[in-house]
Design a protein around this ligand. Structure first.
Ligand code: NDP
Length: 776
């Protein structure tokens, strides 16, 4: 039986384009703004030019940022309920204009109308509805926080309007205003949306759109008038943005690439899993950040599964994306098509076998057939790099442990899909695969209430749900770092001849006191300028050993929260037993009231001991019969650059929340009074803290901070320091895109409102969303 053509009518969309003279400028302050330079936007299915788009100059970006800044105060003054009305109006507009938006998206991007009509646009509306609710609730649900200000947002071309919704809806709901740059290939739907938002009464300047290439994006990122950058796109550009924003004080969230595993066990419902693969890698031509591009199939069913998959591939229809009966449309651009081709050719050269279904590829337009690559080794390029096309790399495994190992053998960690009828197995896999989203017996599920985002080089921050909203607010704990470095520690006087002070405190690594690799130590001055003692001069190798020890303590995070609580209570108890000694030491080294600091440190330990078994996730009831477990997981190994002041309380305030939720830490204590931290070794040793959970390296804070920032096995880094140091920390963290939190150490660390609370626990965790379907 043959399918007849079922084309969608594109006249209304084309009419809108021609009403604008097929030439667009930017959308600034609620009106069109002309552009001095243009580029062409092309329909990838036909290669026809759809329109000329404006290339934003720096003055266009200036104007957009100025408009957003001016609109900020009135937008905030409206209050949550009024903002909710605006978001609700936008949701309604999207529904009203759903068909034309779907067609514009298909014309501009080449994706099948079936997907834009049934998935992209309904999800856009859902996002605005969901966030209309948050606009009303944000003050109540996110207490002690405020909007960040003007947000610069940069989105890719694979889901143009959906990515706009993911960015714009939470930003506006949280009380910010926006300048958004869509991708060069696909700007039309964003401009239609902007015009529509104006018709819906959105105040001018609240949403501004500037179009253009990567240079326009760079102008926006570097603009001094924005308070946050929210980016979705490639890991390489994400890294560039991390470096460009280092030390600027701008908040940053990055949603980057992936190489997500799709894991099929022998006991899976194989036919359902085949449909899952179709959705995982051929939805949107595989141009999906969370595409299941690595198929891991259990060896015993591999032949059977691949044969079923090949049969299914033969029935996939490739062609005119406006045809409602088409499964796969066009690739967004010729450049992207060439990239995909070169990956497939490269795979063959590396020894893999490529198989493509015989389905016809249209003569005109940029198309690539669904492709299966077998005989793939885990180290092959096709198994490690994001292709961003309809290409599936197949590998096999024997045991579930091997599946976990292969699944985690990637620098990414965006998503994973696990297929088995054994619920115990799927949930164990869900807990052990390192990814922000796990789909059990399903794939590519999204909902506005459920956060989305990655681990590791897939970026940081979540979009959607309450986590996504937090990314658009700031709390008083995020005090900006000080501009000027504090004065150097006072130099000690030489000790008197024959002084008893010949003890050099060592470093604390893997639960043992060890000599520094350098063999050097540094003197520590007391307030009376006498020599109080010496501490080891830590270096790169000590950091390396400490990070290794911290990774060796991963069992701490996997163990029970009750067990962690007991250890932390014990820490508090043992610190209390030595309170006098610590108070004296603090007074000797800093001249401040040691007793007050020690008392506060004990209560901080008790506070986080209490939190250990209470900082838990939530369950979302997502549409379509899916339960989603949103579980906070420890980040892994966190580097802590402790404040100069409050040598005990500063260390405890950073260490306690991090370890309470299961991280291991490498702490760099105050340089002024490191002996307080070295005295703390004994408290750690007597409190059953497992080896490697807390490691302490004394020495130069800026030097050691840089080493931690550069280290690719450090997963997170908190830095309480001055401007110069945090700039370096952020810049060097771009290597493995570790999560950083930089803030001023100069605060009253005894004040719980500024120094403890949920924000610390949130920063110490990342949410993993596990989707589990129910019902037959
Ligand atoms: P990019 O990361 O280059 O583009 C994403 C967005 O960033 C676009 O709006 C782009 O503008 C803009 N941009 C580009 N350079 C800069 C810069 N230096 N500063 C600020 N903004 C910038 O992705 P591409 O579109 O070039 O795609 C390349 C590869 O990236 C794909 O093959 C795929 O592997 C991956 N990718 C991943 C996505 C994901 O969601 N994970 C999404 C898109 C791509 P412009 O469009 O004008 O270049």
């Amino acid at each position: 039986m043959e399918y007849g053509p079922a084309p969608e009518d594109a006249d209304r969309a084309r009419q809108w384009i021609s009403e604008q003279g097929a030439t667009f400028g930017h959308w600034i302050n609620g009106a069109w703004a002309g552009a001095s330079h243009h580029f062409e936007s092309v329909n990838p299915a036909t290669q026809e030019t759809l329109a000329r788009m404006g290339q934003a100059s720096s003055s266009d970006v200036d104007a957009a940022v100025a408009a957003a800044r001016q609109a900020l105060a009135p937008w905030q003054a409206l209050g949550g309920e009024e903002r909710a009305r605006h978001l609700y109006a936008l949701a309604r507009q999207v529904q009203k204009h759903a068909r034309i938006l779907s067609v514009i998206e298909t014309l501009d991007n080449g994706k099948p109308i079936r997907e834009t009509r049934d998935i992209d646009i309904p999800l856009v509306a859902r996002h605005f509805y969901h966030h209309a609710g948050w606009a009303t609730l944000v003050e109540e649900e996110l207490p002690n926080s405020e909007p960040l200000g003007v947000i610069g947002q940069i989105i890719p071309w694979n889901f143009p309007l959906l990515m706009l919704a993911w960015k714009v809806a939470p930003a506006l709901a949280a009380g910010n205003t926006v300048v958004l740059k869509p991708a060069e290939y696909t700007s039309l739907s964003a401009l239609y949306f902007a015009q529509m938002s104006h018709d819906a009464g959105l105040p001018p300047g609240v949403l501004n759109i500037v179009t253009g290439d990567g240079n326009a994006g760079r102008e926006l990122v570097e603009h001094s008038g924005i308070n946050k950058v929210a980016f979705t796109g490639s890991t390489s550009v994400g890294r560039e943005i991390r470096e460009a924003t280092a030390g600027s004080g701008k908040a940053l969230t990055l949603e980057l690439g992936g190489k997500s595993p799709f894991i099929v066990f022998a006991d899976a419902d194989l036919d359902s899993a085949v449909e899952g693969v179709v959705d995982a890698i051929w939805f949107n031509q595989g141009q999906v950040c969370c595409a299941g591009s690595r198929l891991l199939v259990q060896e015993s069913v591999a032949d059977d599964f691949l044969s079923r998959l090949k049969t299914r591939m033969q029935s996939l229809r490739l062609g005119d994306p406006l045809d409602k009966a088409i499964d796969m449309g066009a690739i967004v651009d010729q450049g992207q098509l060439e990239t995909i081709r070169s990956y497939v050719e490269g795979a063959a050269k590396e020894g893999a076998s490529c198989w493509q279904a015989g389905s016809g590829v249209p003569d005109q337009g940029w198309y690539f057939p669904p492709t299966l690559v077998t005989d793939v080794a885990p180290a092959h390029t096709i198994a490690t790099e994001e292709v961003f096309g309809p290409v599936l790399a197949v590998m096999t495994f024997r045991t579930h442990n091997e599946a976990i190992e292969i699944a985690n053998n990637t620098r990414y960690g965006l998503a994973a899909s696990v297929w088995s009828e054994n619920v115990n197995l799927t949930l164990e896999m869900a807990s052990k695969v390192k990814a922000g989203v796990i789909w059990v017996n399903c794939t590519n599920e999204f909902d506005a209430a459920v956060g989305f985002g990655g681990y590791r080089e897939s970026g940081f921050g979540r979009e959607g749900g309450i986590e996504g909203l937090w990314a658009y607010r700031r709390s008083p704990l995020d005090l900006a770092p000080d501009e000027n470095p504090p004065a150097d520690p006072a130099l000690p006087q030489l000790p008197a001849e024959g002084s008893a002070l010949d003890r050099t405190a060592k470093l604390y690594i893997g639960g043992r006191q060890v000599r520094p690799d350098s063999g050097y130590s540094r003197p520590v001055a007391a307030m009376d300028r006498s020599l109080a003692g010496e501490v080891g001069e830590g270096n790169r190798k000590d950091i390396r050993n400490a990070v290794e020890a911290a990774h060796g303590a991963a069992g701490w995070g996997r163990g029970s929260a009750h067990g962690r609580a007991q250890v932390m209570y014990f820490l508090a108890e043992n610190l209390e037993a030595r309170a006098d000694g610590f108070a004296k030491r603090i007074k000797e080294l800093t001249g401040t009231d040691g007793e007050q600091e020690v008392t506060a440190a004990i209560s901080r330990l008790l506070y986080y001991a209490g939190w250990c078994d209470k900082f838990e996730g939530v369950t979302h009831n997502a549409p379509g019969g899916r339960i989603v477990f949103a579980m906070p997981e420890p980040i892994g190994v966190i580097g802590l650059i402790c404040p100069q002041s409050y040598p005990l309380l500063g260390l405890v305030s950073l260490m306690a929340p991090a370890i309470a939720v299961g991280n291991a830490v490498v702490a760099i204590p105050s340089e002024n009074a490191p002996l307080v931290a070295t005295d703390f070794y004994q408290v750690l040793e007597t409190s059953d803290v497992p080896a490697g959970v807390v490691n302490i390296i004394t020495g130069s804070r800026p030097e050691l901070a840089k080493e931690l920032a550069r280290h690719d096995n450090v997963d997170g880094l908190w830095c309480a320091g001055h401007h110069e140091m945090v700039t370096e920390v952020e810049r060097f963290s771009g290597g493995n895109l570790k999560q950083t939190w930089v803030f001023s150490g100069e605060r009253d660390w005894c004040d719980p409102n500024l120094s403890q609370g949920r924000p610390f626990l949130r920063r110490a965790t990342q949410i993993k969303n596990i989707w589990v379907p129910y019902g037959e």
